[in-house]
Design a binder for this molecule. Sequence first.
Ligand code: PHI
Ligand code: ZN
Length: 502
Amino acid sequence: MRNLWTIGMAAILAIPLALTAPAASAASAAVPPDISLANVKAHLTQLQSIATANGGNRAHGRPGYLASANYVKGLLDAAGFTTTLQSFTYSGATGYNVIADWPGGDPNDILMVGAHLDSVTAGPGINDNGSGSAAILETALEVSRQALAPTKHLRFAWWGAEELGLRGSQYYVTNLPAAERAKVKGYLNFDMVGSPNAGYFVYDGDNSDGVGSGPGPAGSAQLEATLQAYFTSIGVATRGTDFDGRSDYGPFISVGIPAGGTFTGAEGIKSSAQATLWGGTAGQAFDSCYHRACDTTANINDTALNRNADAIAYAVWTTATATPPVTVWQDTFETATGWTANPGGTDTATLGQWERGDPEATTSSGAKQLGTTVSGSNDLVTGRLAGAAAGDHDIDGGTTTIQSPAVTLPSGGTLRLNFSWYLAHGSNASSADYLRVKVVGSTTTQVFQQLGAATNRNGAWAVADVDISSYAGQSVRILIEAADASGASLVEAGVDDVKITR
Ligand code: PHI
Ligand code: ZN
């Protein structure tokens, strides 16, 4: 029955394939599939029918929720997953999480992929979050069709009672024994991925936006980069969305599990800049039916749903089939390892030169120099002392540089440079001020830049993760530059936990 209508819809709704090949993140990774939009929409039709037959919703404690859970579980069982219906009690009603394990892969290296399956009581919850539920369901079914044999163990989850405060995902994480929790190396979350007036948001795991919450646990930046790589490959611009814990990744990041995910927007209003970037209507909500009875199958943007379903499959395939990275070199700056300040002898800064040490905190209209490091008590910092005023040991008068000892990179494979950073400045700064990171080998490449601006920017640790594979086989040095290059202004920078992996 299901196969008949699935094939029928696929024939009618056949969509053009995006032929641009996403950048492979590991040579050994299997080719990610194109997820069938028709199949994803067929699941949404089923969830809509379930709501319609059960009082118009699929909310926690209502019959439409259990029917939704049984629909998902039935398909996964038939596809060869090992499934469990995990029950919990919230607010006097029984809730359920559907957990589905794909047999095989490294049991000590688990990638989880989740979406909340419950709706609010006001409506059927097709965009929120039938969309994420259906997209990960179809991805799981494709894993089965392709008999994927990933390096990592894959576990999918459909959460109950998200709308009442992340109850199902919190229950799962809380009740996972510590030894089992330690095996979960990453979590991908998809909550609202077909919004009618869509935006293309990726969770800001590296805090590159510097807004709201800080970076996610180490590894979150890589998950963000992987999802971004897919959108880049299809020519769709993305923006970050703060890692504020407003969906089921919250309980995971709060126990230190790296997470990532995408989002097409809820009750927020699309700005005119966003409408220029993505199309759609400025001044209107991304989803004007958010938490309303009109969140039906009519409340879905097919293009957004299709792109996100393909992004999910891309992230699952590349993450789960990649060989785990090996650390080639790292420096946490707790001890001296041979960094050289002003290696070229051309620095012009008169104060606030880079040094390794235990930084003192300064504030001026918010945090400027951070007194807290990412690990241990030392980092690389532009003038570690605070002084009497915030402007006492900041960068003044030009550029300051510091260079790592020589690092011999192995030949071949994907090499990534990962580090924590911040740039802080007052509103008296300008775009002539900056923090830059370069790789110096047979050629020199700038791999990172954060420019200043004539606005206040507080110090906040963020993570950068860049591909330096083109330097494989070379002896390289990492060069860090910062500048207060336009008149006197308050500029501070820090770097910690520099790491190269293969
Ligand atoms: N979880 C919220 C909506 C939401 C989804 C908010 C994703 C943020 C993000 I990222 C809800 O279900 O109402
Ligand atoms: Zn919701």
